[in-house]
Design a protein around this ligand. Structure first.
Ligand SMILES: *Cc1c(COP(=O)(O)O)cnc(C)c1O
Length: 511
């Protein structure tokens, strides 16, 4: 990026203060524009740098050192417009470029330009999503997009209900709350005493930690969120689920909720929905599908099946457009097959906000369906992005990400001396070890895995210091540290995948 001091306001505008522009000075439209144009220049330079493969992904500094590079203190007297522009430029200078084509570190990667344009507009409109009164266009968009997403889940979902939530974790919590409300409608008014027995929920040992946190937030206790064992691919074992249900039933407990993960966070595994749905039907339990990560593949005819087959049998589905679909953070959705549950579960009928005698049809006020009051507008950027791409464009996007991942697996297999593929992935999570020169002759064993695991943090540190590549690593309950590469950015091409593997070797061969 350009040097931060290159962003110069004119000598007349630079020294001005916040109260020299709108809304304080009504005559200051052109000064206000000068300030905002300069900011836009900074933003556009960041977009350009993000898309320039010769630019570093990050300029790493340890927190103590970073603190010295920045002036973050809140002053007694406010700073000038020029200083604010400088502050903005400095902020982006040290920000990790998560949209860079060599950023493979997170489930949310990429910088979708249309979605970003939407987020800019959203920020400018600065409205709250609780009532039609103050967000008429956005509320209608929300209806259209949520209905479209439910149609994609299954034709029997069209008359269901959905809401956008601040993240998949909260979406999962909504599913839990609705399930408990459905089974124990008196809980809302009478509380915990209405449930005569211990509620128990089930999720796989590979599921996202937010599922377990529902048990702690909602009074079950984490001991009553049972972690169902998974197979070597990371998929829940249905017979183990049934065994655990029977085990708890025998103790007099009330099994009521099963979370089936479609795209696990680490391995990208898909639990077998149909088999789990059979068990839920047999025991009268709520089936939630956590497709926060894998939901995007619903848009691909080629990759939807068998991964998400049976999803229409669920009662609720979490689906995060801010992950695979590349919508800007945050954008998370929760869908219900049955309409009305969200409202009856969460409605508090605040007199000051949700008056019953409004000018318009108050069914368009969505604010009382949620446990928040105010809600950020997360719909516009997704609506705009979907308008731009159409269903066809999103399908191509999904297929591209999957094809790039398949290419990466192929390239890893082509170089068995340097890379060890841990398993054939079902999604864009590619799990592998990098093998430095000294370990290449060693036969693969638990001892070698331990050594390879030790390399991961060192190689990751080298990547961050070089600033050329970011790939995540973690251990799991079966193995020490390993790399988990994520291709979730539309920017990634075959040559980026080639670069990724070559760069790991360049940085790590001597370890
Ligand atoms: C990312 C993820 C979540 C949590 O979503 P946030 O938006 O980060 O809260 C939940 N479940 C799965 C499977 C995920 O991958």
């Amino acid at each position: 990026m350009a040097n931060t001091s290159n962003y110069k306001l004119s000598a007349a505008v630079g020294p001005l203060k916040y109260n020299d522009i709108l809304p304080y000075k009504t005559q200051s439209v052109s000064t206000t524009n000068d300030f905002l144009q300069k900011l836009i220049e900074i933003l556009l330079d960041f977009v350009r740098a993000t898309n320039d493969r010769n630019e570093k992904i990050l300029d790493f500094h340890h927190p103590e050192e970073m603190q010295k590079l920045l002036d973050l203190k809140i002053p007694d007297k406010g700073v000038s417009l020029q200083q604010l522009i400088h502050d903005c430029a400095t902020t982006l200078k040290y920000q990790v470029k998560t949209g860079h084509a060599r950023f493979f570190n997170q489930l949310s990667c990429g910088l979708d330009i249309i979605s970003m344009a939407g987020e800019w507009l959203t920020a400018t409109a600065n409205t709250n999503m609780f009532t039609y009164e103050i967000a008429p266009v956005f509320i209608l968009m929300e209806n259209v997009v949520m209905t479209h997403m439910r149609e994609i889940i299954g034709p029997n979902w069209v008359n269901g209900d959905s809401i956008l939530a601040p993240g998949g974790s909260i979406s999962n919590l909504y599913a839990f709350l609705a399930a408990r409300h459905k089974m124990f409608p008196n809980y809302k008014e009478k509380g915990i005493a209405t449930i005569q027995g211990q509620l128990v929920m089930f999720t796989s040992d590979q599921s996202h930690y937010s599922v377990k946190s529902c048990a702690s937030i909602c009074g079950l206790g984490t001991d009553n969120c049972l972690m169902v064992p998974s197979d070597i691919h990371g998929r829940m074992i249905p017979s183990e689920l049934e065994r655990l249900i029977l085990d708890r039933k025998a103790k007099g407990h009330i099994p009521f909720f099963v979370c089936c993960t479609s795209g696990t966070t680490v391995l990208g595994a898909f639990d077998p929905i149909n088999e789990i749905a059979d068990i839920c039907e047999k025991y009268g339990m709520w089936l939630h599908v956590d497709a926060a990560w894998g939901g995007g593949l619903l848009l691909s005819k080629k990759y939807r099946h068998p991964r998400l087959s049976g999803v229409e049998r669920a009662d609720s589905v979490t689906w995060n457009p801010h992950k695979l679909m590349g919508a800007l953070l945050q954008c998370s959705t929760i869908h219900f097959k049955e309409d009305g549950l969200l409202m009856s579960c969460n409605q508090m009928s605040a007199d000051y906000l949700f008056m019953q005698d409004k000018l318009y049809d108050i069914r368009y006020d969505t604010g009382d369906k949620v446990i928040q009051c105010g809600r950020h507008n997360d719909i516009f950027k997704l609506w705009l992005q979907w308008r731009a791409k159409g269903d066809e464009g999103f399908e191509k996007h999904m297929d591209h990400l999957m094809e790039m991942s398949e290419y990466m697996v192929k390239r890893i297999k082509d170089q068995p001396d340097k890379f060890y593929l841990i398993m054939e992935p079902e999604m864009v999570n590619v799990s592998f070890w990098y093998i430095p020169t000294r370990l290449r002759k060693m036969p693969h064993s638990a001892t070698r895995e331990k050594e390879l695991g030790k390399m991961c943090p060192i190689l990751k540190a080298r990547m961050m210091q070089a600033g050329t590549l970011m790939v995540g690593y973690q251990p799991d309950d079966r193995r020490p540290n390993f790399f988990r590469n994520i291709i979730s950015s539309a920017a990634v091409t075959q040559s980026d995948v080639d670069f990724l593997l070559a760069e790991m070797d360049r940085l790590g061969h001597d370890l």
